[in-house]
Design a protein around this ligand. Structure first.
Ligand SMILES: [Zn+2]
Length: 213
C-alpha cells in the first residue's frame, strides 16, 4: 500500500461499497481540509465500531451493549419474535413503528449453492429462546399455546426471494413442532425484493397482513 497518506486513504475509501476512485479522492481531500478533530473523531469512531459492536447474546442484533436496547426494553413484547435476515431489515421494520415485539437476526438466508446452510446462520441461537424457560414461562405454558420460553408467535420476515422463502420453510419445520404460532409477512414486498428497501407503508401492511404458515 502507498505510503503517501492521501493515496493510502483514497485506496481505503474506494473499498467502501458505492464509492468510486474519484469520490474516494474527494473524501480524502475533504478530511484533509476539515479541522484536525474531525480526522481524530473519524479514526476513533472507526476503531470503536470494531471494538465495541458485537452480537446481542439474545437476538444477534448488532449492539454496543449486551443485551441490545430492544431486548433490554421491558416495554417490548417478549411473546412475539420477528425473524429477519439482517440488521438493516430490522431497522426497516423499526422505522414502520408497527412492531412492538422482539427480533431475531439470522445474518443471512439459506443458500445451499453458496454454501450457506443452517449452521452458517443464527438459527441455533433462536431455538433456546423458544424452548428454554424465559421470564413469563411456567408449567402451563404449552397448554396455553405458548412455548416453554413464553413465546407465542414467530413472525418470519425474511426477504421475498428464493433464499428467503427457503429459510421461512426451514424455520416452519423447526418451530411448528414446538407449538408456537408461526406466521409469514404478506407479499406486499415485491418478489425478489429486499426488505431493507421496501417503503414504510408497504412494510407496515406486510406485517399487518401476515398469515399462518
Ligand atoms: Zn437483542
Amino acid at each position: 500500500m502507498s505510503q503517501d497518506p492521501i493515496a493510502r486513504l483514497t485506496v481505503l475509501f474506494a473499498r467502501l461499497p458505492g464509492v468510486g476512485e474519484k469520490t474516494a479522492q474527494r473524501l480524502a481531500f475533504h478530511v484533509l481540509k476539515s479541522p484536525p478533530e474531525y480526522a481524530s473523531d473519524l479514526a476513533e469512531a472507526l476503531l470503536a465500531l470494531r471494538q465495541e459492536v458485537r452480537l446481542c447474546s439474545v437476538c444477534c442484533n448488532l449492539t454496543a451493549t449486551d443485551p441490545c436496547p430492544i431486548c433490554a426494553d421491558p416495554q417490548r413484547d417478549a411473546k412475539i419474535i420477528c425473524v429477519v435476515e439482517s440488521v438493516p431489515d430490522l431497522l426497516a421494520i423499526e422505522r414502520t413503528r408497527e412492531f412492538r415485539g422482539r427480533y431475531h437476526v439470522l445474518h443471512g438466508a439459506l443458500s445451499p449453492l453458496d454454501g450457506i446452510g443452517p449452521d452458517q446462520l443464527k438459527i441455533k441461537e433462536l431455538l433456546p429462546r423458544l424452548v428454554e424457560p424465559g421470564g413469563s414461562a411456567d408449567g402451563r405454558a404449552e397448554a396455553a399455546g405458548r412455548s416453554i420460553g413464553g413465546v407465542e408467535e414467530v413472525i418470519v420476515a425474511t426477504d421475498p426471494t428464493v433464499e428467503g422463502e427457503a429459510t421461512a420453510l426451514y424455520l416452519t419445520k423447526l418451530v411448528k413442532p414446538l407449538g408456537v404460532r408461526i406466521t409469514r409477512i404478506a407479499q406486499g414486498v415485491p418478489m425478489g425484493g429486499d426488505l431493507e428497501y421496501a417503503d414504510q407503508v408497504t412494510l407496515a401492511r406486510a406485517l399487518q397482513g401476515r398469515r399462518e404458515i
